[in-house]
Ligand binder design. Structure first.
Ligand code: VG1
Ligand code: CO
Length: 561
């Protein structure tokens, strides 16, 4: 029996503008009649030429509203002429896994249902993101097109009678408007696990955990009730044979157990506490959709994400994938600490500084100029896919520990010994009022044109810095020449220290101010110092330069990482 699709009349909604990583709003907003349908139609219409007859991947982090959204997407893809959908079982696919499946199955792209590290549940956030055929987040040109369509949309197409059970793996065939339409429900972890086994030497990691060449390494992995639970179970418990107490919170929950599924020292406090007790030698946590990671050593020794990517880039000899493919270039997002730049210099490879957001790495990878990259926001990855990848980062770290026969702390000390240490911290002021924050950014922007600030001395608590340059970061993509402007205010000091201010593009309401502070030390006696102590004077200088407390009305940040 052929099903029939219909055109439904609708009106535009304001603000369907994808941010740093997709459209994120409160669940209540997505539940508004036609809201989700409108945005899905914008995604499909933006694909125009490549839509009819194509295949797409659909999956998400399992948060509240995911299943409903999958159902809408299936009905709308069928009505818009898509030939086939690959849907994760129960709608579950991590963000890196979506990227992996898009590439392996050569689909035209994928739709990812997640608000990443934002909390989930009926009163929290939901999000929809589109990834293109290379497996990476849609670039600005594509998201701008979606946004433009959202401003004038008058109708969408849907096949309301189509019923599809996504709880069982297998293929279901439909006929819609006399066209064939296939939904293949896929194992949420299968393809991804196979790929990880190609990239890494699982035997070496197994030996490390078992202690074949010394003490067994006890690990503690916290999936924070996000999407990585099934991946952690399959990879760490079943494939690598870690003991059952090595993994916690591995059942995905629609509300992440009421927590922020955000792997940092504040929101992954339970992991930090457990690690401090000293039984485990390695700890890690992931965010809701599995693209972020936090790495901890014995007694919760913290590895900053900026250091983590630099260490991985410096130790590629222990990862079979890089031995096979080589390491072309390295990259980081602009606010990320510059440790990786030093590794690139030593290795004699290119290093790129791109705006915040993984979408800016894709072109460089596709052009064969980028192998490993990261963001200070707990994102680490490589050109094995086109998303940052939390599980990959943990496997990379375990490979390095196995290869070097060192602890996490020893690896860092050795790294700093070679390169010096880039101390880094980020202050977040979440959910502030938008208007004053915009004013603060405008005031900072005006400083770019104030020549009298260049050379100005700023002092606090015995530390003095000289302003070398203030600018608003702009980036020209070396591959396609596209330009991204106003990507963050940078205050560059004469000694290489930096302060950066940005407004977040992932919040669902209000404004979140991010302040990034970095300073480099070559003196080994500083290496074991607490980053907050070392950076305190520069933090105070930055706060007063921006009049941040006055504009935001906040005395303290919400989160320090
Ligand atoms: C934040 C991070 C950015 C990251 C983005 C998406 O963006 O700063 O580095 O790429 O989240 O990560 P913003 O605009 O809020 O600073 V995820 O794991 O939330 O998809
Ligand atoms: Co994420």
């Amino acid at each position: 029996m052929s099903l029939t699709s219909y055109t439904k009349a609708t009106k535009p909604f304001e603000g369907q503008k994808p941010g740093t990583s997709g459209l994120r709003k409160a669940v209540k907003v997505f539940e508004t009649e036609h809201y989700t349908e409108n945005f899905v139609q914008c995604i499909l219409s933006a694909m125009s030429g490549s839509l009819t007859g194509c295949s797409l991947v659909v999956g998400g982090d399992g948060r509240y509203f995911c299943k409903k959204a999958v159902d809408i997407i299936i009905k709308m893809c069928a009505a818009n002429g898509v030939r086939k959908l690959l849907v994760g079982q129960d709608g579950i696919l991590s963000t890196p896994c979506v990227s992996c499946v898009i590439r392996q199955q050569q689909t035209a792209g994928g739709i990812v249902l997640t608000a990443s590290h934002n909390p989930g549940g009926p009163d929290a956030d939901f999000g929809i993101k589109f990834n293109i055929a290379n497996g990476g987040p849609a670039p600005d040109a594509v998201t701008n097109k979606m946004y433009d369509i959202s401003k004038t949309i008058v109708e969408y197409r849907i096949c309301p009678e189509l019923q599809c059970d996504i709880s069982k793996i297998g293929t279901q065939e439909f006929t819609v408007d006399n066209r064939p339409f296939t939904v293949e429900v896929i194992d949420s972890v299968g393809d991804y696990v196979t790929y990880m086994k190609e990239i890494f030497d699982f035997g070496a990691i197994k030996n490390l955990l078992r202690g074949t060449n010394g003490q067994p390494l006890k690990i503690l992995i916290d999936a924070m009730h996000g999407v990585t639970g099934p991946y952690v179970r399959r990879i760490f418990l079943e494939e690598l044979g870690a003991s059952l107490n090595s993994a916690v919170n591995i059942v995905p929950l629609e509300n992440f157990g009421g927590h922020h599924p955000d792997p940092n020292l504040t929101y992954a406090a339970d992991l930090v506490k457990a690690m401090k007790e000293g039984d485990f030698g390695f700890g890690a946590a992931f965010d809701g959709d599995g693209d972020r990671n936090m790495i901890l050593g014995h007694k919760a020794f913290f590895v900053t994400p900026s250091d983590s990517v630099a260490v991985i880039a410096d130790n590629t000899d222990y990862i079979p994938y890089f031995k096979k493919h080589g390491v072309k270039g390295l990259a980081r997002s602009m606010p990320t600490g510059c440790a990786i730049d030093r590794v690139a210099e030593k290795k004699g490879v290119e290093v790129f500084e791109v705006p915040t957001g993984w979408k800016y790495f894709g072109n460089l990878m596709d052009a064969g100029r980028l192998s490993i990259c990261g963001e200070e926001s707990f994102g680490t990855g490589s050109n094995h896919i086109r998303e940052k990848d939390g599980i990959w980062a943990v496997l990379a770290w375990l490979s390095i520990l196995a290869g070097r026969n060192m602890s996490v702390e020893q690896v860092l000390l050795s790294h700093w010994g070679t390169y010096g240490r880039n101390f880094f911290t980020r202050y977040d002021y979440e959910n502030c009022e938008s208007a004053p924050c915009n004013k603060m950014m405008a005031a900072l922007d005006a400083m770019c044109d104030d020549a009298s600030l260049v050379g100005k001395e700023l002092s606090h608590d015995g530390k003095t810095y000289n302003i070398a340059k203030i600018d608003n970061f702009a980036y020209t993509d070396p591959i396609d020449g596209s330009v991204a402007k106003k990507q963050g205010l940078r205050v560059l000091m004469s000694d290489g220290s930096r302060v950066v201010f940005r407004l977040s593009g992932t919040g669902s309401s209000g404004a979140t101010v991010r302040m990034y502070v970095e300073s480099y030390e070559a003196d080994p006696s500083t290496f074991t110092k607490d980053a907050q102590d070392v950076l305190k004077p520069l933090v105070e200088i930055a706060l007063s330069l921006a009049n941040l407390k006055e504009y935001t009305g906040r005395q303290e940040p919400t989160v320090i990482t």
